[in-house]
Each structure stands twice: as C-alpha cells, then as structure tokens.
Design a protein around this ligand. Structure first.
Ligand code: SGN
Ligand code: CA
Length: 521
C-alpha cells in the first residue's frame, strides 16, 4: 500500500469511527432509483438534441442530464426487451443468463445471481414496479408489482405476490403513483433503498394518456433523411425485415384509424371506461374521418403514417417525462435529492422512421444505442457529457459499485463509477460485442452478432444467410453504405474480424455455441 492510499484509508476509518462515537445515524450509502422506459429512442429526448427536440421537448429528463451525466454511446448487447432486462439484472450476456429472446424461451431463471439480490443482502430495501417481461416472478426485491407480459395502457392489470388485479387509470400514472407510495414508505425506514421503476410506455401501439391525447395532433415533425431507404447495396437482412412504416405498420391497430365498422375491435378502446373512451373518441374520430376522406396512397401515405406514429409515440413520452419530473420533485421535497442517484435508460433504442422503420433488433445505431442519463450529486459533474462505449452490460456492476458492494468476478461488464467521476480508465473498452437471436419471429430480423468501435461496425448475419456487413458510421452516420467488399477497407476489416473473435472468446460466445441454440430441424 503506498503512503497516499494508506492516509486516505485511515481518514475513511476515522470518519466512520467519529460517526459511530457520536451515535449519528447518518446513512452513508446512496439511494438508487433506476428508471427504465420501453422502446424510448434517444432521438426523442431533447437533452440529446436532434431535429425532434424543439417539437417534443422532455424538460424533466433534461433535468437529469443537467444535474449529471449524459451518455452518448450506451450500447445494448441484444436489442430486445426481455433479454435487455435480463442483462441489466445479471451483468451477463444473454447466452450466460439464459434469456435470449422474448418468445419461445424458458422463463428467466430467478434463482441466479442478480444485482438486486446482492444489494438486498447488503442491507438495501429493494423494489421493482412496472414492466418486467421475464415470465418468472421477480426475485431479490422486498416489494414487487409488475404488469403481466407487455401490460395494457388503460386500466391495466398488475401482479403482486398476492395475485393479479385490474387498476383504473393510465399505466404511466399508475406506475408513478405506486413508485411514489413505495418511496414514501421507504424513506421512513432509515435504510438505503433501490427502486426499479419500469415504464411500459412508449411501447407499441403507442396509446397516449388522457392528458396528452391532443398534445401533438397538429404538429408536423421533420422526417428522417432515410425514411425512403431502399436498402440498395446492403444484404438480405435489410431487404427481408418486416418492420417498415410503409408495409408493416398497421393503419388500424397501430395508428388507431378504426373505420366505424371496426370500432368494436379496438382493443385499447375496449379496455377504457366510458369517460376515457369519450375523451379518446373526441380526439381520434375527426382524424379517422379526415384520413378516410383523403384517400392517401404511395409516399404520401407513408409520410402521413410517419406523422401519425410520431404524434402518438411522442405523446406517450410526454407522460413519461412528467412522471420523471414527479420523482425528481419528490426527492427534492423530501430532502432525498442529495443522497439519491437517479438513472434513466430505455430497455433499448428504437427507429423513428430511419431506414423507413419502427421497432429495434438491428445493430444499427438507433436501436443499438439506448439513452442513458445519470444524476449523482457530488460525483457526476452537472451537465457533463460522455462518449465512451458503455453498455447495459455495465449497469449491474455500476449500481453495486455505487452502493459499495463488491462486484462478482463472473459479471461480464465493468463499473462505470470512474467514468461518472470523469476519469475513464485508460483500459476502458474500445469495442463492444452484440448478439441478437430472435428469428424467425415478429419483424423478421435475422440473427446476427457483431462488433462496434467508435467508428466502425462489423456485422455477421449468420445461420440463415451467412452475410457480412461493414459500416463506417463516423463518415456514414445513416449506415447506408455496406463497405464489406470495398478493398479500401481490407485492413479495417481484418482488424475488426480479429477483435470480434477476441470478444467472442472473452465473453465465451462462439458460432458453435450460438448454433446450438437453434431449434432442431
Ligand atoms: C410486440 C410488438 C412488436 C415488438 C415486440 C417486442 N407487437 O410483439 O412490435 O417488437 O412486442 O417488443 S404488438 O403489436 O403486440 O405491439 S419488446 O420491446 O417487448 O421487446
Ligand atoms: Ca422494448
């Protein structure tokens, strides 16, 4: 131990001793609130800037960025809800935690090691409220209350240890109220707490809440440059997906354009009580009427669908933003703001018309990157911005480290605490490994794995087609140009192939292992 470290550790012991001798009951460990929404694109958070920021600002999410750190490149390991949630809990890739897909998949093995269990064992009071999506009951929580599966927007059912019950109200408001109630009790316990607050919004099919029904109905949003991407020069994966606004997005169910004859089939509307339905119809009926009169087709129809999509999607986010504001206000009003870390993330990113798409799954930036904002008073500098490659693989390790709990050696990510302090270690990762498995399935995105650096991406669509793609997203931010067969990139390609192999070895993944997860033919 060098003399500087020795002095510091002695000082640490001295302050603990002083606190004990005065009988002070000072809570040393920080409280942690992890807020996660579902399918929230960073393009739809004004703190990230971008063309939508001035049309659909998110002032409360921006408060977290102003109070703390905004991460520009937080990458997910497998861009899908259930798998991302399992990675967050375990700090391990899907092939290690066993939860690789949403569908056709055994429930999450809740007997395995998770960060909430480790926090709980170290004396934290823990809770999980909202979308869970892992099929088995939550473990490692003093309290939990979850939506069944994807859950409903209006008057949703919730499941607790005591069973399933319908709740009247809008899902985002209900989750917020439940969280504030839990926090009100938790603050009395003189124990550090950790809350996972998981919103359903803004997941498909994007039903806005009663207070935001009209919010964006008269706004015309800017279109992304690649709304009419024809995937030329790229492979079968891009050509054969099923997630376009033009073809896949449903006028009726997704965009709520129910003709009179089909109104009774509106599942969302059918769940509403008469007052909610009346407010809904008052806003949507004129839009429906106008749409069927306009007889749009071709590119005009795509443009209309894009606008309709964003109006509802962004209105769902406005309610999430308000919810975040309520949590931040609660912390302040109760004197908890200084000792509570607030983390905001989405389970993964999302396409808002880029490449003509909605949904996620692909290793392209919009769905590979998830928003991440963290406020940690006294530690993360207010208004700081970080562009290192961090990952949802690091969340468990980071939260444990924040709480002063040892990070188990078998977790595969790394604590971001030094990064939050503005001191990224010299040996921080320079590349990231991705692996997506859910195929054949909804949206038909073929299985792929790959590596990303801060400039290039090498992707292998394996099994079904065995095609490679290479992108230089610094010079081609839209990722429109597949450079894999361009001889000018031979050395880049060679380097990436080598590094990809190294990552697969490090994380104990391989083509052979991946193939073994395929159903028998
Ligand atoms: C549902 C959606 C899909 C979405 C998956 C997974 N269809 O199946 O569009 O990709 O969930 O989403 S819907 O018509 O039922 O809304 S995830 O975020 O849970 O992974
Ligand atoms: Ca999701």
């Amino acid at each position: 131990m060098n003399s500087e470290i020795r002095t510091l550790s002695l000082l640490g012991l001295a302050s603990v001793a002083a606190a004990c001798s005065t009988g002070e009951k000072k809570q040393e460990k920080p409280n942690i609130i992890y807020i996660m929404s579902d399918d929230h694109a960073y393009q739809a958070i004004s703190a990230y800037g971008g063309p939508l920021a001035k049309y659909a600002p998110t002032p409360n999410l921006d408060r977290i960025a102003q109070n703390g750190m905004r991460f520009n490149r937080c990458l997910v390991t497998n861009s899908l809800s259930g798998p991302c949630r399992a990675v967050v809990l375990t700090g391990k890739y899907s092939h290690k935690n066993g939860f690789m897909k949403n569908e056709g998949q055994a429930p999450f093995d809740g007997t395995q090691q998770t960060f909430p269990k480790l926090l709980q064992a170290s004396g934290y009071n823990t809770a999980m409220i909202g979308k869970w999506h892992l099929e088995s009951d939550p473990t490692g929580f003093n309290y939990w209350e979850i939506l069944p599966g994807q859950g409903n927007y209006y008057n949703p059912d919730f499941i607790t240890a005591d069973g399933r019950k319908r709740n009247e109200g809008y899902v985002t408001d209900l989750i917020t109220d439940k969280c504030l109630n839990w926090l009100t009790q938790a603050k009395e316990l003189k124990k550090p707490f950790m809350l996972m607050m998981h919103h359903k919004a803004p997941h498909r099919e994007w039903q806005p809440g009663p207070e935001e029904l009209k919010l964006y109905k008269d706004i015309t949003f800017p279109e992304p440059a690649t709304l009419f991407d024809d995937y030329s020069g790229r492979g079968r994966a891009e050509h054969e997906q099923d997630m376009t606004i033009a073809g896949t997005m449903r006028l009726i169910e997704d965009l709520k354009l129910y003709p009179d004859t089909m109104k009774s089939k509106n599942v969302g509307l059918n769940r509403m009580n008469p007052d909610q339905a009346a407010e809904w119809n008052a806003v949507y009926d004129p839009i429906i009427r106008q749409f069927y009169e306009s007889k749009l087709s071709g590119d005009d129809l795509v443009r209309f669908k894009y606008q309709r999509y964003l109006q509802d999607y962004l209105a769902c986010i406005a309610a999430v933003d308000k919810s975040v504001g309520k949590v931040l206000d609660f912390l302040k009003e109760n004197g908890l703001d200084k000792n509570t870390i607030v983390i905001y993330a989405s389970d993964q990113g999302f396409y808002l018309g880029e490449h003509g798409w909605f949904d996620k799954r692909f290793m392209f930036e919009e769905s590979y990157r998830t928003p991440l904002l963290i406020q940690w008073p006294g530690v993360a500098a207010p208004g700081s911005i970080n562009s290192d490659i961090v990952s949802n693989l690091d969340f468990a390790e980071t939260i444990l480290d924040m709480a002063g709990v040892e990070v188990p050696a078998d977790m595969q990510g790394r604590s971001m605490v030094p990064v939050l302090k503005g001191k990224t270690p010299a040996d921080w990762r320079k590349e990231h490994y991705y692996h997506y498995y859910e195929y054949p399935a909804v949206h038909s995105v073929k299985r792929h794995y790959g590596i990303s650096t801060d400039q290039y991406k090498l992707i292998h669509f394996y099994y079904d087609i065995d095609e490679w793609e290479l992108f230089d997203f610094k010079n081609d931010p839209g990722e429109m140009k597949n450079l894999y067969n361009d001889p000018a990139y031979d050395s880049v390609k060679e380097d990436l192939h080598k590094r990809l192999k190294d990552l697969m070895i490090r994380y104990e993944d391989s083509d052979e292992l991946a193939k073994s997860f395929l159903p028998a033919k």
